[in-house]
Design a protein around this ligand. Sequence first.
Ligand code: KG4
Ligand code: ZN
Length: 340
Amino acid sequence: MLLLCIESSCDETAAAVVRDGREVLSNIIASQVDVHARFGGVVPEIASRKHVEAISLVVREALTAAGTSLDQIEGIGVTRGPGLIGALLVGLSTARALAWARQLPLAAIHHMEGHILAPLLETELEFPFLALAVSGGHTHLYRVDGIGQYTTLGQTRDDASGEAYDKVAKLLGLGYPGGAKIDQLAAEGDPTAISFPRPMLHKPGFEFSFSGIKSAVNRYVEQQSEPVTGTHLADLAASFQAAVVDVLTAKTVAAAKAEGLSRIVVAGGVACNRGLRERFAQLAEKHALQVVFPSPSLCGDNAAMLGVPADYYLSSGQASGGDVNAVASWPLDTVGSGAL
Ligand code: KG4
Ligand code: ZN
């Protein structure tokens, strides 16, 4: 099937054309990051308005870049949730309107389902596998037994890992979004320079907590007599990143062992992180695990990732109704049980 996919859950307006849930013919992303940067975070109302401005152009560009037109499109995939409700509604309304006007089947997809299946656009990967989903809104460990078969093994009790990166970057004056900036600085710093806590590391189970690390960084900065800059800043970034990476990797490897899984997918915006990729590469060798990361262009928010589940659902006759609504929160475990 040739699918047009649309994503607008947060601050990226994205559209893609994907063939057979595998071949990405175009993947267009219009980021609003610059607009939100001066507010230090995403402003929902502004995000919705910017999506409205961009959506038609982005869809048209995706079709043009794929060398196709709506006449050739056989179905539509779209993010239904979770995310900012006003932002989601822009993409979903566009998808519903196109599906209705063109009489095309519609698949309304869980945003995280897209993220964790993104590697299937690039690699052969067998089920079952463990997925670590790390983004601005999620830090979840899922057991994935197939498309539509997800079990949450653990999640964060407070901040998501990406949120912790963004909050720490903000308090260090690095701007928004800060994940990539901290990652860059960390590469030049000493990860053992400052000892930050590793919350939940030695507790049984697969829950995470990142607000404690963020508060520890805040306390550390407040205790300094001078602003943290230069090498000191790089050391702080590296030490913060080491704490986050330690917890994420240790819990993931423990979950893989507990579930008897040897394949791991790491997905979402934080999966771009170089420190996380390096540590997982070492652990993969040590524990004989296959750890798969999507390419950086498929880690952050994009529409191509929706092509994998949308193709599966539409090919197996599971289309969403034309009246499907957006949902701000939506547990992934309920996907595939008639909730589509
Ligand atoms: O998946 P995503 O693009 O959007 C959400 O669904 O939230 O993830 C965005 C998050 C932001 O918190 C951003 O700071 C973080 O991913 N991020 C990173 C890196 N690149 C993006 N965090 C750490 N290291 C990076 N290199
Ligand atoms: Zn995302």
